[in-house]
Design a protein. Structure first.
Length: 98
C-alpha cells in the first residue's frame, strides 16, 4: 500500500489536490491516471515524478466543485484494484488450461 500525503501549500479547495505517493512511480501513476480520467466529474488528472533519483510521485486531481479529490483518489484506487483482480483471475484460469 502506498504512503500518501497532500502536497504542502496546495489551494484550500477540497476538489483540487496534489497527493504525494511514496515509493511509487510510472507503473501506478499511469494506470491510476487512466482509470480516473474516465470519471465524468474529473476535470484534470495527471502525475509527475519530480526526480528520477527520488521514489515519489505527485498525483494531481481537479474535480467538479461537488466532489472531493480525496474521494476521487480513493475510488480510483479501488477501481484499479478491481481491474488487477480480474487480470489475475484471467491469468490464473489461462494457466490452468495450459
Amino acid at each position: 500500500m502506498p504512503l500518501i500525503a497532500e502536497l504542502a501549500g496546495d489551494d484550500n479547495m477540497d476538489n483540487c489536490r496534489t497527493f504525494v505517493l511514496q515509493n511509487e512511480g510510472h507503473t501506478l501513476g499511469n494506470a491510476l491516471r487512466s482509470i480516473i480520467v474516465r470519471y465524468p466529474d474529473v476535470k484534470f488528472v495527471g502525475y509527475t515524478i519530480p526526480h528520477p533519483a527520488e521514489s515519489t510521485m505527485n498525483f494531481r486531481i481537479e474535480a467538479s466543485k461537488s466532489v472531493k479529490a480525496i474521494d476521487v483518489l480513493r475510488r480510483g484506487l479501488q477501481d484499479l484494484e478491481k481491474v488487477c483482480d480480474v487480470t489475475i483471475n484471467k491469468f490464473e484460469e489461462a494457466m490452468k488450461e495450459k
